[in-house]
Ligand binder design. Structure first.
Ligand code: DGT
Ligand code: CA
Ligand code: CA
Ligand code: ZN
Length: 577
């Protein structure tokens, strides 16, 4: 019920936006949508208990609409708006770089009401003739459409991971199943996933596949045989995801796992290498004629081919076959000693300082930086100077109550459109740790505005800024990265001793793998952080670690693998200049 209702409020916000309602009203509906989606309890339960209006962010008007929805299954305002706005228009909002005002304009002037209409208007040149549009904005819209179409069909890693875990749990609970593992792009740590590949060892293939394909979550069965099953599951928002399962005997498990982990390009190179020795490598093993040389484990296959055992994340045929490539000290989740970008209820998080600290401890961490939003992030309930001062005191007090664990006072300070930081230096100086991020005005700049590159460089130059948060601002499948001059940013980060973040949230994974590589090759330090807004999100550090490993980041490249005193020394060095 909550997610359905949250979507209804999101739709209201979209439609209002297209009809030109003021931003304040639109944002208030978006906020309500987020509040409802994040509720721990079902709205119906809250309504029946008569406590709906006690929820922070739900006022009288909203409560009325929720009740209307619970009773009738509809919201009159949404129905009215839907009549007013043609059906295809809200979809156009998904195009990165195309705002509601422009959508309203092109609809009224050109009768455009779908993506295909819009493509025609671009092709015919009529879009470029509209007042205020011009060649540059038309190109941006065309790029946005291309981006949207390219991301279609690939599932963000975090969503695919949750589906995979669900089936792993099921399979591991079956009798006669000896081992179950993830393969494919999910295992390689990719940011988006075509389909999920699972592998298991069992002598009872047909029965295992039968149980797999009759799991309650299955929407369609594509294949069900003695060694292979393939299913489709529903995802939120109407999307689907395929899950493949293969059942193999123990003797060839390593070879099959290696084969189905890919990448295809990596495997081609590996097979060539076997071929050069007169051997044959396939999903059943490494063979010299009839003799099996290796197959039970991946390690023995790589070893027989005189290669280091390659972590799945590097198997992309980039440079992993180069002589001397070594992977022993790639960063791993076990190396992480603390999370340096987290939020609490002080801004837009869902848990208290104490709850976040306890959850971080439970992960085995030694420290945690609390980095709530700064004052300009009004939609994220950013902290005014006064509230920030109180928050600092609260974090210090909570820290004083903890033994063997340290809470760092931090903030996620907005980098403003003019490149200034959202808090004065005096306040930043009171923090142990400062993340600086761009959250608004992510466009190109120009006409007196600074570009995102210039803004980032200005933040890097500030002695109190420890790390740039989610440096490119992309949202996977939803928003393109800002146009950044990455070489300049990397060079400046290196010169000033400023770290760049690998934001582990699966919606972001920012920096991405190739930028990670670029950064560490220039000697820049990374922080792998979750940006957790609730305790359960702290564990998602693994997605950030996978991304960093795809960029070949070693333990020594990552600041939050350091013991606290070394981390503090790093901050002190930057502050001294
Ligand atoms: P995806 O699903 O698009 O995110 O990417 P993958 O890498 O998971 O690709 P998928 O599911 O088609 O296949 C899983 C792995 O199986 C792939 O990484 C390598 C291996 N594989 C599949 N088809 C072929 C093939 O035709 N040749 C070779 N060499 N390997 C293949
Ligand atoms: Ca796959
Ligand atoms: Ca597959
Ligand atoms: Zn942020």
């Amino acid at each position: 019920m909550n997610s359905e209702l949250a979507r209804a409020f999101e739709n209201i916000a979209d439609l209002l936006q297209i009809t030109g309602a003021d931003t304040f009203r639109v944002n208030s509906y978006r906020r309500v949508s987020r509040t409802i989606r994040d509720l721990a309890d079902d709205v119906r339960t809250l309504h029946e208990a008569g406590v709906l209006q006690e929820v922070k962010g739900i006022g009288k008007g909203t409560a009325g609409k929720i009740e209307e929805f619970l009773e009738t299954g509809r919201i009159a305002l949404l129905d009215e708006l839907s009549k007013e706005v043609p059906a295809g228009l809200p979809r156009l909002l998904e195009i990165p770089g195309l705002g509601p005002k422009t959508i309203a304009l092109i609809h009224s002037a050109l009768k455009v009401s779908s993506i295909s209409d819009l493509k025609q208007a671009i092709a015919s040149g009529s879009l470029a003739e509209l007042p205020g549009l011009g060649a540059q904005s038309v190109k941006k819209i065309a790029d946005g459409i291309a981006f949207l179409e390219a991301s279609k069909g690939r599932t963000p890693r975090g969503i695919a991971w949750a589906v995979a875990e669900n089936y792993l749990t099921q399979l591991r609970s079956l009798p006669d199943v000896e081992r179950v593992e993830i393969a494919g792009s999910l295992r390689r740590g990719l940011e988006t996933i075509g389909d999920v590949d699972l592998l298991c060892i069992s002598d009872a293939g047909a029965e295992v596949v039968r149980r797999f394909t009759t799991h309650p979550g299955v929407k369609r069965v594509l294949a069900a045989g003695p060694t292979k099953g393939s299913i489709v599951v529903d995802l939120e928002g109407g999307a689907e995801l395929q899950v493949d399962l293969r059942v193999v005997p123990a003797a060839s498990f390593g070879a099959t796992w290696q084969y189905f982990t890919g990448s295809k390009e990596h495997n081609v190179r590996l097979r060539e290498r076997a071929g050069q020795r007169g051997w044959k490598l396939n999903e059943w093993g490494l063979h010299d004629g009839d003799e099996m040389l290796a197959g039970a484990t991946e390690e023995e296959i790589y070893a027989r081919l005189d290669l280091p055992c390659m972590p799945p994340e590097v198997r992309e045929d980039r440079e992993e076959f180069a002589a001397g490539a070594a992977f022993d000290d790639l960063v791993s989740a076990a190396d992480i000693r603390g999370d340096l970008h987290t939020h609490t209820t002080a801004s837009d998080g869902k848990n208290s300082i104490e709850e976040m600290a306890a959850a971080a401890r439970a992960l085995g961490y030694k420290y945690l930086a609390i980095t709530d939003h700064s004052r300009s992030s009004t939609i994220a309930n950013g902290l005014s100077l006064e509230r920030m001062r109180e928050h600092i005191a609260a974090i210090r007090a909570a820290n004083a109550r903890l033994k063997g664990f340290t809470l760092l006072v931090g903030c996620e300070c907005d980098i403003l459109p003019n490149g200034d930081l959202d808090y004065p230096d005096e306040l930043l100086a009171e923090c142990d740790w400062v993340v600086a991020s761009i959250h608004a005005a992510m466009g190109k700049g120009g006409r007196g505005k600074l570009s995102p590159t210039e803004r980032t460089l200005k933040a890097i130059a500030n002695r109190y800024v420890c790390v740039i948060g989610h440096p490119t601002g992309r949202l996977i499948n939803r928003r393109e990265a800002m146009e950044l001059d990455m070489p300049r940013i990397v060079a400046a980060a290196h010169d000033t001793g400023t770290a760049l973040e690998v934001n582990a949230s699966w919606q972001r994974l920012d920096l991405k793998d190739l930028h990670v590589r670029q950064a560490i090759q220039a000697g820049v330090r990374l922080c792998i952080d979750t940006d957790a807004h609730r305790t359960t999100q702290l564990a998602a550090i693994t997605h950030g670690v996978a991304t960093a490993r795809r960029g070949w980041a070693r333990r020594g490249d990552v600041l939050n693998t350091l013991p606290l005193k070394d981390l503090k020394a790093w901050v002190a060095r930057k502050r001294r200049g």
